[in-house]
Design a binder for this molecule. Structure first.
Ligand code: G16
Length: 553
């Protein structure tokens, strides 16, 4: 069919619908090879464009973390957007757009939502992973009602609508400017400018620049991913840190062959610089799409749960939060360190299931200002995604005001609020059957565990976490198996919703020592009895065939 502007739009039939397009914790995440199956990407985009409200005449933000497949996906989405009557697509030079910057752009452009091309912290390249995240008009991950409707639509699709680009038409993705594709306007903008302006409103750049121009040495690892251009403009540009502060700052299609997950295992180069060397006072890293962050000081790793608590306790040092916080929230497996701070501040603290989408309603309703997760995600009401560089700037802001080391900040925090010893043990890529067998067995045992002894304590409550959203009343069940012990310690088991190979079992361990107690233990030692007890109870080693976790945080 030709439109009045001469654009050829056709429906491509699908022989049969795809049955495996159920979005996980963070969009549809699969191997790159899966996304290369003919019509696979198109099927998911078709379902999305059928379900998301406001498509006809609307504006859509599209961009990604630059991984292999990013450019092809943008081309497909632009042509499908034209076929579905979208009026304007906004994308960025090179198609490079971090997840937090996408959230901001959706909000500031009045878009109906956005499609973010990223498998987050998963490796990229032809042998890696690819992903499609769908965000709504508030800039946040689409709520479950939408992702479920998208999945349902994929199960019955008979075809998809796509425009055929006229001869000689090509999306000029590397130049700022706009291109017409029939009635659709595609705007290519600079993806960093708006984001950087917002950061300047939230933080005192003068104070941070003074810190970075002094003898305070910082190392930032962009992990060959999307945070590179933003970090270079912020740290080495505006804030005057020396050239070389940003490492691995050029996004590459396969993240330099690495795994862009900012933790001690995959960002070990940075971890060694900070934990073993003396040259740097501060280190930070972000993941593939720049929504996660890892914070390090000299000889000091900041646990993400503690990071949220420290930001909450020190929030008023940043101009953007000088008026105080409405409330805070954390995901269930995140330690209760922030709860203790919230209690002292007299503000509400919410416990949500894992996944940033669960913070959306609380943020939109103004009930919380800061939120975070143990999975290296921290953020605030400035956007509706977690924000890696925002967290790094927040830490720099605190350090610029307090003029002490990261280790001193942690020591003072613990001596005032007590310490939540915390660790997450990941058993990655286990055979799916073994993982589900272990998990289902534990789930079946829950009610019998109440009142039983465990690691020298008593299990006060064992349950499968369920959540009722305080704003819209929706209920989410099956969010993780909790063993809550009578001394406030706990162990949580969850199966990851973001892996693509087999299954990943996560074991979260937490034990609280109040002020005045022994605050300087090694977390693995402090949690040793819990680690041993859960291994025995859940038969982790025996059932996974793994002697130790693949990643310990
Ligand atoms: C995604 C979500 C996060 C969530 C994490 C959990 O992170 O955005 O809110 O905490 O998944 O992952 P898992 O289910 O593997 O424990 P990202 O950075 O992958 O988008």
């Amino acid at each position: 069919m030709a439109t009045s502007t001469g654009l050829q739009i056709g429906t491509v039939p699908l022989e049969q619908p795809f049955s495996d397009q159920k979005p996980g914790t963070s969009g549809l995440r699969k191997s790159t090879r899966t996304f290369e199956i003919p019509h696979y990407l198109e099927s998911f985009i078709e379902a999305t464009l059928r379900v998301v409200p406001g498509v006809a005449g609307g504006t859509l933000v599209v961009g990604g973390d630059g991984r292999y497949g990013n450019r092809r996906a943008i081309d497909v989405i632009v042509r499908m957007a034209a076929a579905h009557g979208i009026a304007r697509v906004i994308t960025c030079t090179g198609g490079i757009l971090s997840t937090p910057a996408a959230s901001l752009l959706i909000r500031s452009s009045g878009a109906i939502g956005g499609i973010i091309l990223s498998a987050s912290h998963n490796p990229g390249g032809p042998d890696g992973d690819f992903g499609v995240k769908v965000n709504g008009a508030n800039g946040g991950p689409a709520p479950e009602a939408i992702t479920e409707a998208i999945h349902a639509s994929t199960l019955t699709l008979k075809g998809y609508r796509i425009a055929e680009a006229p001869d000689g038409w090509a999306l000029a993705l590397d130049r700022i400017g706009s291109t017409e594709l029939g009635p659709l306007t595609v705007e290519v903008i600079d993806g960093t400018a708006g984001y950087i302006t917002l950061m300047q409103q939230l933080f005192d750049f003068g104070a941070i620049a003074e810190l970075l121009r002094g003898d305070f040495a910082m190392a930032f690892d962009a992990m060959h991913a999307v945070s590179g251009p933003y970090a270079q403009a912020l740290f080495e540009g505006l804030l005057g840190a020396p050239a070389g502060t940003v490492r691995h700052g050029v996004p590459s299609e396969d993240f330099g062959g690495g795994h862009p997950d900012p933790n001690m295992t995959y960002a070990h180069e940075l971890a060694e610089l900070l934990l073993q060397g003396d040259a740097y006072a501060f280190g930070a890293a972000c993941d593939g799409d720049a929504d996660r962050n890892m914070i390090l000081g000299r000889h000091c790793f900041v646990n993400p749960s503690d990071s949220l608590a420290v930001l909450t306790a020190n929030a008023t040092l940043a101009p953007g939060y000088a008026q105080g916080l409405a409330g805070v929230a954390r995901s269930m497996p995140t330690s209760a360190a922030v709860d203790v701070v919230a209690k002292e501040l007299g503000i509400a603290c919410f416990e949500t299931p894992t996944g940033w989408k669960f913070f959306g309603n609380l943020l939109d309703a103004g009930r919380i200002t800061l939120c975070g997760e143990e999975s290296f995600g921290t953020g605030s009401d400035h956007i509706r995604e977690k924000d890696g560089l925002w967290a790094v700037l927040f830490w720099l802001q605190i350090l610029a005001k307090r003029r002490c080391s990261v280790a001193e900040i942690m020591a003072e925090h613990w001596s005032h609020f007590g310490r939540h010893y915390y660790s997450r043990h990941d058993y990655e890529a286990i055979a799916s059957e073994a993982a589900h067998g272990l998990y289902d067995r534990m789930k079946g045992m829950l009610s019998a565990l109440n009142g039983q002894s465990f690691a020298g304590r008593t299990i006060a409550m064992a349950d499968d976490f369920a959540y009722t959203d305080p704003i819209d009343g929706s209920t989410t069940t099956g969010q993780g198996l909790r063993l809550l012990l009578d001394d406030g310690s706990r162990v949580v088991l969850r199966l990851s919703g973001t892996g693509t190979q087999g299954a990943t079992l996560r074991v979260y361990l937490e034990s609280y020592v109040p002020p005045g107690g022994d605050l300087n233990q090694d977390p693995q030692a402090a949690l040793g009895d819990l680690i041993e007890a859960i291994d025995t109870l859940a038969e982790i080693k025996a059932r996974t065939g793994m002697d130790r976790p693949t990643v310990i945080t």
